[in-house]
Design a protein around this ligand. Sequence first.
Ligand SMILES: NC(=O)c1ccc[n+]([C@@H]2O[C@H](COP(=O)([O-])OP(=O)(O)OC[C@H]3O[C@@H](n4cnc5c(N)ncnc54)[C@H](OP(=O)(O)O)[C@@H]3O)[C@@H](O)[C@H]2O)c1
Length: 175
Amino acid sequence: MSEPANTPVVTIVAAVAENRVIGRGDELPWRISGDLKRFRAITWGKPILMGRRTFDSIGRQLPGRTTIVITRDTAFTRPEGVLVAPSLGAALDKGMGEAERLGVDEVVVVGGAQIYAQALPQAGRLRLTEVHGAPQGDIFFPEFDRAAWREIAREGPQQGEKDEFAVSFVDYERI
Ligand SMILES: NC(=O)c1ccc[n+]([C@@H]2O[C@H](COP(=O)([O-])OP(=O)(O)OC[C@H]3O[C@@H](n4cnc5c(N)ncnc54)[C@H](OP(=O)(O)O)[C@@H]3O)[C@@H](O)[C@H]2O)c1
């Protein structure tokens, strides 16, 4: 059954290396300022969903966006303005409501690996920063069936002066 036209789309945003690494411990395994800029542009003004570990690793509420943290910890203490959800489904429901309230057409899932893996089946858009390298790491983007996705935009490869790796910005839409 097709969704009503005005249902916000679930978009996954991730920076993924050639070996599928997205994290090392609690941190990003690289410094790539172009990726941070793109992340800000994509997520600005929208609800963003993240796992509790990613929230802890960012360490603060990102301005200009509604943050929804997914955690099983009923004692999780959140900064003022941050929303909390006990499951991905509850977070998506909250995100849809927020998207409608904010008048935007996307709910953006921003990681980490646990949340990407659970959200992928529900995602309609993937906006990847493809990192051209294979850094060491222990947190991976899930394997996904590329045949189910159509590339709709590609920019790069490009590498800023202070960036550790070249990147391509690639958008996919579910077929
Ligand atoms: N490269 C990128 O684009 C990118 C983006 C984001 C993050 N990262 C990296 O990814 C790493 C973090 O990812 P991660 O996989 O370790 O953790 P995560 O997905 O950020 O968070 C995991 C936590 O989310 C909660 N959770 C997960 N599934 C849940 C469910 N179904 N219901 C309720 N709560 C649920 C649990 O929190 P509780 O334990 O509190 O219950 C769990 O410990 C870091 O290294 C970070 O730097 C990379």
